[in-house]
Design a protein around this ligand. Sequence first.
Ligand SMILES: O=C(O)CCC(=O)C(=O)O
Length: 236
Amino acid sequence: MNRDLTPARICSLPADAFYIPDFISEEEEALLLQKVGGAPRPRWTHLSRRRLQTWPSSLTKSNTLLDSSLPSWLITPIIEPRFHALGIFTDSPHKSPNHVLVNEYRPGQGIMPHEDGAAYYPIVATVSLGAPIVLDIYPKNDPAERRNPQFRILQERRSLLVTKERLYSDFLHGIAEVTRDEDLGAQSICNWGLLGDPGPFEVGSYARETRTSLTFRDVLKVAKMGKTLNFLGGPK
Ligand SMILES: O=C(O)CCC(=O)C(=O)O
């Protein structure tokens, strides 16, 4: 896998991370933002520092996904044809993502350093919409280092970031709760050489605007509905 992703590899990171600017077009971005914005209100979970949609549904307490399709707007054109053409989920058990989290961050919002954990196959593909944001990467086993990220990845709007393997399992990731991302440049941003247009960031900072992410994952445990009904005492 990843033959076509080789030029997108973020070489200064431990295996493996890939960054592709302009992964989707402006029209596709506008349509995706319209679909996210048009989702019924109960789809949103309001957290203290961001809001979230979970597609097709939240996992059960035992980290199981009840088998159900993703909506078509999350499949085409991102998963099919682009992820499949790049072979992004070729090694994962279901050969395709079956779960998507939609996170929306307003200026000043973020997400604490965390790991995605054992519910998922260790690969995450993130499409950024609306505005850029910096993702911070921290070593997992060194709490003293939590204040200073070891690596910083700048995600432009419409870009794709794929993180997997060691970067998934041995590091934490988070987004700072700031209204400006600062200290930007070739020395501090590990994918600087892969940016589609570094121009707007060359002044060294930018003001945050509302940024939405679509994070595609493969949940390992999937329960077929029939089995779930049996479990719930439904028809045998
Ligand atoms: O919005 C992002 O890019 C990161 C989201 C994230 O860390 C997560 O969903 O676990």
